[in-house]
Design a protein around this ligand. Structure first.
Ligand code: GLC
Length: 755
């Protein structure tokens, strides 16, 4: 199983003619540059040209490069700046259409009505050069059928399902004429206080890379150009607060945050969205180091970079620019090609050029990068409307990805699945009757597709003689206030098993939803405590877009099922799991902390000088365990699995070679089930302190009761490289430990040596 983990490769060589050209441009620019910014200015020029020239690596790229150069040569300055202008569709429509006809708009976002898209497309065809528009949308996991969110896709540990889901969402969206999606979000995050973890693949760079590539393949197959976002380090914002700055050491940048972007580019993503926040004090939107040295040189990215929504204008808030004109020139120089809804390029670039505060080359290269992607997308070819995938197929994928995303965290006395002998089930929580899905980024105004509530889906699956008693318990869908909780207790007292569903939904995850407290709400914990006091077996179902702190809940519930945001097909899938029709197989893509005080938290921590023990003078808390409540990669099944005979092909792993690692996995339980077999490595001695574990492979397998399967991993020496403080790859010999099991706490291990 080749490790898809893509080490960061050096990009194309820098062209010598750029040096000559940039000296000329630099003299003209008369920009007062300090020594360091002079270096970055020159490098930006060098790399801008090298990127453009290097775009012609293959014959196809050569053909496109010639078309682009010929088109750029015919464009007026207004038309060039127009290609750098991405606006949100809105009133007055006629004014916007006139701008499009005048060549002053290159891309639109948030148009979800096909008739309106057609009007803007028609307007572009009436412009002088007829350059087609990009129509961008946050087509992530919801267009018509609402899929579970990407964090749930990661919990399946099945990239093929993530690919299929992305393809479905893209297919529905492309059918209305959208051609570009602002997805996948590939931000690694170890901080569930940040509400946008819902859009990503969790805390791990390897899982994040595999899922990034799968989602890119899916969006492309569905007809949309993907955007890898948010470049870079948006998920590391201080204190878990959205938009907050992140301080990321260069070695960590290359080891943890860049790999999913590299995987996305290698899978075909040709656009990147800059992050809204500052990285090490410099906003991504004005960060030439990130956009040229890292993105274009080191990672070899040849596509275009769009700002995030008004991110150029927000350079003023960041304190980098006194006004929009200054912000616009900073962004252009830093390599931001497209201005999303900032109107800075539209209003100020011509004057900035006239004043020689930006150069024609900078504008031309931004235009060329955008036009190159438009040609690569086939936008200049004959346009034909796509048809949406068959709804039944989309629903089937949505059902399966939901089924495999649920994570069974606890199941004392196998209270789950609910046995057919259980006569009365108390189903508590108004979310059991929810049939409405909202998503902060899903297109507004579209009809909600047919769906089932959990209550109806459970009723359909009752065994003969079984019954359900339902009580809402909460007065609102976010579980913030109590309804008649006494009635809930009475229902529980009549029942043999209690299923309490609590939700974090209601726009509690996504952009702008950072939380300082991740406990269940007071009302939710109150109901849980009262139901638990009845002494009946209590199953807790949590629907949330992020890890919550469930320590108090885990003390009361006999079973906990993490269902993320199940949505259109997921509520029925939940009933399939609760009644045992389907065996849960999800694993945690993020550690579940015991308390907020442990955050940031992840499994791949460094060993520290004094690893935590009971002793006072070690890396521990006086008032909390250092381990998560439930660790990365963890998830139970209705059956059990045993790992034996870990057999590396050799004890020596060549730095430039690879080896097979075999392990036997047996289903030791009484029913079929799926297991995510995970391979972790550790480098106990190296030139830098290395994580106590790093995921380097996983395979999800299905086993019948009693069946044993040999699972083979293909571990490459290159996958154990890391980066130094300059971002340089370090491949060095030394001891390596491998661990294989069903979570990041795997114990079956072997020792190797890398040479
Ligand atoms: C938002 C988000 C970004 C999204 C964009 C367009 O601010 O940060 O992820 O794609 O705006 O909606």
């Amino acid at each position: 199983m080749p490790a898809p983990h893509m080490p960061i490769e050096r990009g194309p060589r820098i062209g010598t003619n750029l040096l000559r050209q940039s000296r000329t441009q630099f003299k003209k620019s008369r920009v007062c540059l300090t020594r360091s910014s002079l270096i970055w200015f020159l490098l930006a020029q060098l790399l801008a040209w090298s990127t453009f020239a290097a775009a012609a690596d293959t014959q196809h790229e050569q053909i496109v490069a010639e078309k682009v150069e010929s088109l750029v040569a015919r464009m007026t300055l207004t038309e060039k700046i127009g290609q750098l202008n991405l606006i949100s569709q809105g009133e007055p429509v006629e004014e916007q259409l006139a701008s499009v006809r005048a060549g002053r708009v290159g891309a639109m976002l948030n148009v979800v009505d096909p008739a309106i898209i057609d009007r803007y497309r028609e307007a572009a065809s009436q412009s002088r050069l007829k350059i087609p528009l990009l129509f961008g949308l946050d087509a992530v996991d919801v267009f018509r059928i609402a899929f579970p969110p990407p964090i749930a896709w990661a919990a399946t540990f099945r990239p093929e399902l993530a690919e299929a889901a992305s393809r479905s969402v893209a297919g529905e969206t492309a059918a209305i004429g959208v051609n570009w999606t602002f997805a996948p979000m590939v931000d690694i995050s170890r901080d569930p206080r940040w509400g946008r973890v819902v859009e990503g693949a969790g805390e791990d760079p390897y899982l994040g890379s595999v899922m990034a590539a799968a989602r890119v393949r899916g969006y492309l197959a569905g007809g949309l150009m993907p955007t890898a976002k948010h470049f870079v380090g948006y998920g590391a914002g201080e204190s878990g607060r959205d938009y907050n700055g992140a301080l990321i050491p260069t070695s960590d940048l290359y080891d943890r945050y860049l790999p999913p972007f590299q995987a996305a580019f290698n899978a075909g993503a040709q656009t990147v969205m800059g992050a809204l926040n500052a990285i090490n004090g410099v906003p991504a939107t004005a960060n030439a180091f990130l956009m040229y040295r890292v993105l274009r040189r080191d990672m070899g990215f040849k596509g275009f970079v769009t700002s995030d929504y008004n991110a150029i204008g927000e350079l003023i808030n960041h304190g980098l620019a006194a006004d929009l004109a200054a912000a616009s020139r900073l962004a252009l120089k830093a390599g931001i090609d497209l201005d999303m809804e900032g109107y800075g390029y539209d209003r100020h670039l011509a004057a900035e050029l006239a004043a020689s505060r930006v150069t024609q080359i900078q504008i031309d290269h931004a235009v060329a990068r955008i036009l190159t992607v438009k040609f690569n997308m086939g936008l200049f070819d004959e346009w034909s409307r796509k048809t949406a995938p068959p709804e039944a197929e989309t629903r089937k994928i949505a059902r399966q990805i939901a089924r495999e995303s649920f994570v069974l965290l606890k199941n004392d006395n196998t209270v789950l699945p609910i046995a057919t002998g259980v006569k009365t089930i108390a189903l508590i929580g108004d979310a059991a009757k929810t049939d409405f899905d909202e998503s902060w980024y899903g297109p507004a105004g579209l009809t909600q597709p047919a769906t089932q509530t959990l209550y109806d889906a459970m009723k359909e699956r009752l065994a003969p003689g079984q019954s359900i008693v339902y009580e809402p318990a909460f007065a609102d869908r976010c579980g913030k206030s109590l309804a008649d909780d006494a009635a809930a207790v009475r229902a529980a007292e009549r029942a043999d098993v209690i299923v309490l569903i609590v939700t974090e939904d209601c726009e509690f995850s996504g952009e702008g939803t950072s939380r300082a407290n991740l406990d269940l709400s007071t009302a939710q914990q109150t109901v849980l405590d009262r139901l638990s006091a009845t002494g009946k077996p209590l199953v807790l179902v949590v629907t949330a877009g992020r890890p919550l702190t469930l320590t108090a809940a885990a003390a009361k519930a006999q079973a906990i099922l993490y269902a993320w945001l199940p949505r259109t097909e997921g509520r029925a899938a939940l009933a399939e799991i609760l009644t045992g029709e389907v065996n849960p197989s999800g694993k945690l893509p993020m550690s579940l902390p015991r308390s907020v005080g442990q955050i940031p938290i992840s499994y791949d921590v460094l060993p520290t000088s004094r690893p935590p023990t009971e002793s006072r003078y070690t890396s521990r808390y006086l008032d909390e365990n250092v381990t998560p409540l439930y660790p990365f990669g963890f998830g139970l099944s209705y059956t059990t699995f045993e790992y034996t005979k870990l057999r590396p092909q050799s004890v020596v792993l060549d730095l430039a070679g690879s080896m097979f690692i075999d392990v036997d996995v047996t289903n030791t339980g009484s029913r079929s089930g799926q297991e995510v077999v995970q391979l972790y490595v550790r480098r106990p001695v190296a030139s830098r302190s290395r994580p106590i574990r790093e995921l380097k492979g996983f395979q999800k397998i299905a086993l019948r009761p009693g069946e044993t399967r040999t699972v083979r991993f293909d571990l490459h020496g290159r996958a154990l490289a890391f980066h130094d403080d300059e971002g340089k790859r370090v491949e060095e010999p030394g001891p390596v430990q491998i661990f294989v099991g069903g979570s990041s706490q795997a114990t079956l291990s072997a020792d190797l040596v890398m040479k």
